[in-house]
Design a protein around this ligand. Structure first.
Ligand SMILES: Cc1cc2nc3c(=O)[nH]c(=O)nc-3n(C[C@H](O)[C@H](O)[C@H](O)COP(=O)(O)OP(=O)(O)OC[C@H]3O[C@@H](n4cnc5c(N)ncnc54)[C@H](O)[C@@H]3O)c2cc1C
Length: 569
């Protein structure tokens, strides 16, 4: 996929020559969140009269700002979104400036890729990257009218506090900034911390970028491969080693079939602790859900939003879980089903063997595609998806009692499996690979054996296989900071503290990190994955669930005005 290079745009406006003090802003990392913050800053800056001396430097190591690494335009098309196109827009729902085009993804696709513009489609991540980069270029053009802006295609190695300001060091630059925004997301493609893998090392530690990490040089054709993990990343890895190697996946009569290329491994063995699979996201308009079910969700969201505030926070199991249970039960009843609660209790307690996992995935595919009536699993997944914005609003920023996190964490992980799994078409592809016996689920629940053994055996010990390659398809948890990274250094220097129950980095509603005494750290802001837990659901493309880019932009403009005030004194 092609896109005009941003390089043509990177020389910003001439530096201020008016002799007024400079106000410098550094944006470190410019994937989607960096773009969203810049867009809000642009909107706020238009109403600031005195902007002279304003400089903005965007540090991004990846070639396409806005897209970053996750939505890199050069990645292969078999890596698809887990979010339907109609959910994606780089612009907030009610924050539009009129002066330049701000299309949603679907509007943009209609203009540039009309054959891909179906609102319910789950399109390649590269294409979403192209859209995000296009939006970035629009924002960048507009920002250039207001400030001296430039992009440094570099990785920032260090940030150091100097009084109320921050020194930012990159390979060719060391400059002091008044405001630093850290939107480093996944901090690059990296593996889980070594101690987490202690005793269980892999030959391939991280699957991204798949074209490199899972190439035939690293994972040989016709080999036996064990994958650690059975989530979305494992599905990406499986598709990379099959469809990505020239195998053909085709849908006929609502079912997927695989024709091998001969370049794929002979056996791919996913391995997870519980064996419980992820469920397909329903295809809107296809799932056989009665119209009346739609009407129940606003009421349940309202119940959650209206729960009386408690000084030490809500108790998830006592206050919120019954609302979710009730919503799932009611939705299932309206679909003609009974026993939603019993289904969840038995699902939650047991590990799945390969056959059960495959049957559950089959069932969820058929429900998602409207080939069978909604199941209890669908009702639970739908309840979680529909009520999630209310949970985000109530749980973020200390909404839960500290001791309630022990209940919340495992239930949320379980609900993610039911609600935020792969699109149905990717699950259909996986099922075709299982049917073709390239993906082998016999070992799905049990211990990941690691490289030392060079073999794997079923939990019962009755079947053993020799293994050629071990691949780690588990992303580092949000709380697992890159050991040599900028965020870990801030924690070590006690400029940022952790939200103890979730281990997320603690920020206030303006995304300002809080130090160990609970005071906001001036001139610094953190967004995205590292705050997951302090802010719920923050590692997403959604622009509707959180308003932190807006509150951050407001606070930066206040800081700017305040500094101007000082200059004039
Ligand atoms: C494989 C995968 C698939 C996903 N699919 C979806 C999906 O379908 N839907 C969805 O809503 N979410 C999805 N997500 C979640 C995804 O993380 C968010 O959608 C989004 O990318 C978050 O944006 P971000 O800007 O916070 O982080 P990132 O996208 O990770 O961007 C951070 C940027 O910071 C840069 N950076 C890091 N360190 C430095 C440094 N020191 N100096 C300079 N630059 C630096 C990186 O190069 C990167 O471009 C997916 C995540 C992954 C990993």
């Amino acid at each position: 996929m092609s896109s005009a290079s941003v390089k043509d745009n990177i020389v910003g406006s001439p530096q201020s020559s008016c002799g007024e003090a400079r106000f410098r802003i550094a944006v470190i990392g410019c994937g989607p969140k960096g773009l969203f913050c810049l867009e809000r800053l642009l909107e706020r800056l238009t109403s600031v009269e005195n902007r002279r001396g304003l400089e903005i430097v965007i540090f991004e190591q990846a070639p396409y700002p806005g897209a970053g690494q996750v939505y890199d335009l050069r990645q292969p098309d078999y890596l698809r979104m887990n979010f339907a196109s109609h959910n994606i827009s780089a612009w907030p729902p009610n924050g539009h400036l009129n002066s330049f085009p701000q299309p949603t993804l679907v509007d943009w696709l209609q203009q540039y890729f009309p054959h891909m513009a179906k609102p319910d489609a789950f399109i390649p991540r590269a294409l979403v990257g192209e859209y995000l980069h296009w939006c970035f270029q629009e924002v960048f053009k507009q920002l250039k009218r207001l400030a001296a802006v430039r992009i440094e295609r570099a990785s920032v190695s260090q940030i150091t506090r100097e009084g109320q300001s921050w020194r930012v060091d990159s390979p060719h630059d060391s400059t002091v900034y008044d405001e630093v925004l850290l939107t480093v997301g996944h901090e690059g493609w990296r593996t889980s911390l070594p101690q987490k893998l202690a005793g269980h090392p892999a030959d391939v530690n991280s699957v991204f970028p798949t074209e490199k990490q899972l190439s035939v040089d690293h994972v040989r054709p016709q080999s036996t491969v064990v994958i650690r993990g059975f989530g979305l990343t494992a599905i990406d890895a499986i598709l990379a080693m099959t469809e990505g190697r020239g195998g053909h996946l085709k849908r006929r009569d609502g079912k997927w079939f695989y024709t091998p290329s001969g370049q794929e491994p002979s056996t791919i063995i996913p391995c997870s602790r519980s064996g419980r699979p992820m469920f397909a996201k329903p295809v809107p308009g296809k799932a056989l859900v009665p119209e009346k079910v739609k009407n129940i969700w606003p009421r349940y969201r309202e119940v959650l939003l209206q729960l009386p505030a408690q000084t030490d926070g809500l108790d998830f199991e006592r206050d919120m879980w019954p609302v979710i249970q009730d919503a799932a039960k009611y939705a299932f009843n309206l679909c003609g089903g009974r026993g939603a609660r019993q289904w969840f209790d038995s699902w939650y307690m047991v590990d799945c063997d390969g056959q059960t996992a495959a049957e559950l995935m089959q069932q969820s595919y058929r429900v998602a595609m409207g080939q069978q009536n909604p199941s209890a699993a669908w009702a639970w997944g739908e309840a979680w998806r529909q009520l999630y914005p209310a949970l985000v609003a109530r749980i973020s920023h200390g909404g839960l009692k500290d001791n309630s996190w022990a209940d919340f964490h495992p239930l949320a992980a379980e609900m993610e499996r039911l609600a935020f799994g792969p699109p149905a078409e990717n699950l259909g592809r996986l099922l075709a690979l299982i049917e073709h016996q390239i993906v082998d689920l016999r070992f799905v629940s049990g211990c990941y054996p690691g490289t030392e053994s060079r073999s794997i055996e079923t939990e019962s010990g009755t079947t053993q296989l020799a293994v050629d390659h071990f691949v780690n398809a588990v992303l580092p948890a949000p709380s697992e900071l890159a050991p040599e990274g900028l965020l870990a250094a801030l924690v070590q220097d006690r400029l940022v503290s952790r939200h103890e129950p979730s281990q997320a980095l603690l920020v206030n509603r303006e995304a300002r990190p809080l130090d160990s005494a609970g005071h906001p750290t001036a001139g610094l802001a953190l967004f995205g994955r590292c705050t997951e837990g302090c802010i719920l659901g923050n590692d997403t493309l959604s622009r509707t669930m959180h308003d932190h880019p807006e509150t951050w932009a407001n606070s930066v403009c206040r800081h700017l005005l305040c500094s101007k005030g000082k200059t004039h004194e």
